[in-house]
Write a protein that binds this ligand. Structure first.
Ligand SMILES: C[S@@+](CC[C@H](N)C(=O)[O-])C[C@H]1O[C@@H](n2cnc3c(N)ncnc32)[C@H](O)[C@@H]1O
Length: 216
């Protein structure tokens, strides 16, 4: 495990939703019927974008986030979620337990070695036929080029950046890399998108790899 977790507390301090209103996103809506059980784990739950909807619709959701403020906001939307305030790298996922494990827009805030370790834990934590849903920034994300040209970041190998200021790592992925991470899973959906993000703040672009896979 290397570096600190990203600190989002400054962003969450206003107490108003910063990632847009919590709702089930298009991708989960499309594939949720594949789940045979209702146990869900959200790694980096934030304000509970997908989890609040699932918890309010009969799913048993555990949400992990290092930001206490994020969990406070999420709790206001839905108190029935089982909240865990810790770094996802330290969270011991119960083995063969969850029907769905998701991590939406979180893993790119870590070094790829830590991401690999978390992916192994996700695999062990899913029941057979359980689903994983992750989204990560792609190498086409504007943040990649920004970091390449910023004096604050040091470019390491393999799409990884380091910021000494707060001892944090950032990782950018290719679709092939994500597929390789889950090569022992059956791919349900994968995409490599570059698009406008209107969900929060000023309109801006992101490059995102989304992956939904099924444990064999
Ligand atoms: C961009 S937000 C996404 C939140 C939510 N998944 C969503 O889709 O709206 C990233 C969240 O991940 C959390 N996070 C980042 N690194 C983390 C870590 N190492 N352990 C736990 N939470 C982390 C942040 O605190 C933040 O709430």
């Amino acid at each position: 495990m290397v570096g600190n977790p990203i600190n989002y507390d400054d962003k969450y301090v206003s107490g108003t939703p910063i990632w847009g209103n919590p709702k089930l996103d298009f991708y989960l809506k499309r594939y949720i019927s594949l789940l045979s059980g209702k146990k869900v784990l959200d790694l980096g739950i934030g304000e509970g974008k997908n989890s609040v909807f699932l918890a309010n619709n009969g799913y048993s959701v555990t949400g992990v986030d290092v930001s206490e403020k994020a969990l406070e906001i999420c709790k206001r939307y839905c108190s029935s979620i089982d909240f865990v305030n810790c770094d996802i790298r330290n969270y011991q996922i119960e083995k063969n337990h969850f029907d769905l494990i998701m991590s939406n827009s979180v893993l790119h805030f870590l070094h790829k070695d830590d991401v690999c370790a978390i992916v192994q834990n996700i695999k062990a934590g899913l029941v057979q036929n359980g689903l994983v849903y992750i989204s990560v920034f792609s190498v086409d994300d504007p943040g990649f080029m920004f970091k390449e040209n910023s004096g604050d970041f040091c470019k390491l190998d393999n799409g990884i950046f380091y910021r000494e200021l707060d001892d944090t790592y950032y990782s950018y992925f290719s679709k092939a890399e994500v597929l390789k991470l889950f090569s022992d899973f059956s791919t349900v959906f994968v995409s490599d998108e570059f698009g406008l993000d209107l969900s929060h703040g000023r309109p801006h672009f992101h490059g995102v790899i989304r992956y939904i896979g099924r444990k064999r």
